[in-house]
Design a protein around this ligand. Structure first.
Ligand code: XIL
Length: 373
């Protein structure tokens, strides 16, 4: 009995403390009225009942993106087989929690099986055949979640950093207008869904111009495009705030929404500035490549927190045109930076640590929401 009274008293105290504001607001609460805040949910997370990351997501986010489970190789692994289980669960989770659900991604060069571009005989498809395959896939995936997934990354990473088009089987076989076609098919499949173009390193001037041209090209052709997704796989020292600022302004000037779609800040040493660098060649000693296996030193932890804070203050200044900020994962244990661009490192890129606890960077982001300029 005494035990039980003590527990009740404790719960009451916690509850009162919560009401008195002792618990920090969630990310979504802190930025309510400015932009949505969300995260990418991993396949394993959504497939595990009561996964701790889902608890964090439920509390913190009002939008979610599947990290991998809607990519072609996961949702449509074989010509005649779709695997909807994980995607269905993600959409149910998002709906149950009143979240805006983003579909990622329909047409990409990566995580797309080789058979997509080949016939049964193993020979390359021709333009008409590949367009038909693209149409079928987009109608199946977008159609299944019609009215439930609110926006789609229709085409991902079609432009190189210098602004030239990326050579992919899509472009080689179909031609330049594979992009228009993908957007048209997505629009047919769900006329109410928002449609986005998504890419990384958007602060490079050449790429920025080329993506702006692409958006204008689609608009001039009467193709629906609602937004540009800036992935934002950034570092402690790049891009500069000016570059990030200019990037958001340039896209906003096109009359589309801008979204930060895959934000994370990598504190680990980089082998190369290029995002598609060959993995790990330059590091001879493992320790140099993976310096924070036992945790971040306070000084780096603070730099990460400051960097997140200044970035969110910048986002706030653009809140008229910035509709959403999505982190590329929930917790550091999930982050793709543990395996990219070098396998098996210990990443510290996100706002929650491996025990799903908020890091100083989390508090810095919440604080940035109420800082006066
Ligand atoms: C990454 C995932 O996070 C990893 O789990 C996966 O192994 C590779 O892809 N740009 C994108 C995302 O658009 O889909 C990528 O996600 C990261 C880069």
């Amino acid at each position: 009995m005494r035990q039980r009274l003590t527990t009740t008293a404790l719960l009451t105290l916690l509850c009162l403390a919560g009401r008195a504001g002792a618990q920090p607001p969630s990310l979504a609460e802190a930025y309510a009225g400015e932009f949505l805040v969300g995260g990418a949910i991993g396949t394993r997370q959504i497939m595990t009942d009561d996964h701790p990351a889902l608890e964090v997501a439920r509390r913190q986010f009002n939008t979610i993106t599947p990290e991998n489970l809607l990519k072609w190789s996961e949702v449509h692994p074989e010509p005649e087989r779709y695997d909807w289980e994980a995607a269905d669960r993600l959409v149910e989770f998002g709906e149950a929690n009143g979240m805006f659900i983003v579909g990622h991604t329909l047409v990409w060069h990566s995580q797309t099986p080789r058979w997509v571009f080949q016939g049964d005989d193993g020979e390359p498809l021709n333009r008409e055949q590949l367009l038909e395959r693209m149409r079928e896939h987009i109608h199946a995936v977008v159609g299944r979640y019609k009215g439930r997934i609110g926006g789609w990354d229709v085409v991902n990473e079609a432009v190189l950093d210098d602004g030239s088009p990326r050579e992919t089987p899509w472009r080689r076989i179909i031609g330049e207008d594979y992009i228009e076609k993908a957007f048209q098919f997505a629009h047919e499949a769900d006329p109410d869904a928002e449609l986005y173009y998504n890419d990384f390193s958007m602060f490079h001037p050449g790429k920025r111009r080329a993506v702006a041209q692409l958006v204008r090209r689609l608009k001039d052709a009467g193709v629906r495009i609602d937004g540009v997704g800036v992935q934002a796989h950034w570092g402690l020292d790049f891009p500069t705030l000016e570059e990030a600022d200019q990037t958001i302004s340039d896209y906003a000037a096109l009359g589309v929404n801008v979204m930060i779609t895959e934000l994370d800040i990598n504190v680990l040493p980089r082998p190369d500035r290029r995002q598609d660098a060959e993995v790990g060649r330059r590091f001879e000693r493992r320790e140099a490549a993976d310096p924070y296996r036992d945790g971040l030193p306070d000084e780096v932890q603070q730099r990460l927190a400051d960097r997140y804070g200044e970035i969110f203050r910048l986002f706030r200044r653009h809140s008229d045109h910035l509709s959403r900020v999505t982190l590329w994962g929930v917790d550091d244990g999930q982050s793709w930076h543990n395996n990219w661009p070098i396998r098996g490192r210990t990443a510290h890129s996100l706002l929650f640590d491996r025990q799903y606890q908020p890091k100083p960077a989390f508090h810095s982001v919440v604080k940035a929401a109420s800082d006066d300029e």
